[in-house]
Every structure is written in C-alpha cells, then in structure tokens.
Design a protein around this ligand. Structure first.
Ligand SMILES: *[C@@H]1O[C@H](CO)[C@@H](O)[C@H](O)[C@H]1NC(C)=O
Length: 190
C-alpha cells in the first residue's frame, strides 16, 4: 500500500509543482472553460482546447483555476510530444522506405529540418520564455514555430508527392501548434 502511494505521489508531483512554481506577475488564474473561450474563436477550437487541457490532467470544471501560463506550457508540451512521433515516422521513412522518389526523400529531409526548427521554437517557448514569465518575444516565437510547420505541409502537398502517409500527422501537429499559439498569445502584453 505504501509503495503504491509513493508511486502515485511521484506521478502527481510534476504538474502540481509546475503549477505552484509559476507565479508570473499580473497573469490571471482562470478555469479551463474560461481560458479556452478566451483563446478560441470557434466551437470546434473550443472543444479541442478543453479536451487537450483535460487530457493533460487539468480539472476542466469551471470552479478549478490555474495561472494562464500553465495552460500555455501544457499546450506547447503537447505539440512537442506530437512532433516527436512525427519525427520518428519521418526518420523511418527516410531510412527504410526504398520506394521514395528523389523529390519525395528531399521533401521528407526538408520536413526534418522544418520540424527541428519548429520544435526548437517550442522548447524556447515552454522553457525559458513561459517558465520564466518572459512574454516579450512569445508571439514571434509562435509565428516561427507555425511557419516551419506550414513549410513542411507545403512540401507534403507538392504535386509530385504521392499521397504521403505522413500527411495526417503533419495536419495533427499543425492543429497542436495552433492551439499552443492560441493559448500562449493570451500572455502577450503581461
Ligand atoms: C513508401 O513510400 C511510398 C511512396 O511515397 C508510399 O506510397 C508508401 O506508403 C511508403 N511505404 C510505407 C510503408 O510507408
């Protein structure tokens, strides 16, 4: 019993510590429904937002509040996790798929670079920027992160790409980085 309890405590520590650690001046503490309706202009995005926060372990009830920064960090982290899966898939295609044409492998190669650039921006966002309440460069960091993903998507949509199996992953990652931006831009100006 004791062992199980200790295990649970260890599992629970990271999020609660992240929440307790942040104390950015003037940044409001709000509920999931409230942060998601402030961030999202459509019902579709709002539903995505509440689901993302719930799946990230935040109580989505209107009575539970977190510092806005916590939501932005979680969304950036979720984009990073999602990218990692795509990066693995890109690597596997490049290493193992013998039927890639020259332009196709160029596109996948290019996407590796795009993803590395985008994930680096997200690391700066989730780490030094958000975790230290440094919001000044946020919007341009998000813009860089989104632009790199957009570049990869364009590569995937080139006329010579034959129904690239990775396209759905890139679309999924685009929606994650957009969600990260929507939540993070609420902090611009603080
Ligand atoms: C290998 O690449 C071809 C050409 O793009 C693609 O049609 C096929 O689905 C890929 N194979 C795998 C196992 O992903």
């Amino acid at each position: 019993m004791k062992v199980i309890l200790i295990f649970l405590v260890i599992l629970l520590v990271p999020l609660s510590m992240a929440a307790a650690r942040l104390l950015c001046p003037n940044v409001p503490h709000v509920s999931v429904p409230s942060v998601c309706s402030n961030a999202c202009g459509t019902k579709y995005l709002y539903d995505h937002c509440t689901e993302a926060m719930r799946s990230g372990g935040i109580d989505p009830s209107p009575s539970h509040t977190e510092e806005t920064t916590v939501y932005a960090i979680l969304a950036a982290q979720q984009a990073i996790d999602s990218y990692s899966d795509t990066l693995d898939a890109l690597r596997i295609q490049l290493q193992q798929n013998k039927s890639l044409s020259g332009p196709e492998s160029d596109a996948y190669d290019g996407c590796m670079d795009d993803y590395v650039a985008s994930i680096n921006s997200l690391y700066v966002i989730a780490g030094p920027a958000l975790s230290n309440c440094l919001f000044e460069k946020l919007v341009s960091l998000y813009m860089d992160a989104m632009a790199s993903l957009e570049t990869c998507r364009d590569r995937m949509l080139a006329p010579w790409m034959k129904k690239p199996p990775l396209y759905p992953k890139v679309e999924r990652d685009r929606s994650k980085v957009v969600m990260a931006y929507l939540l993070g831009q609420l902090l611009a100006g603080f």
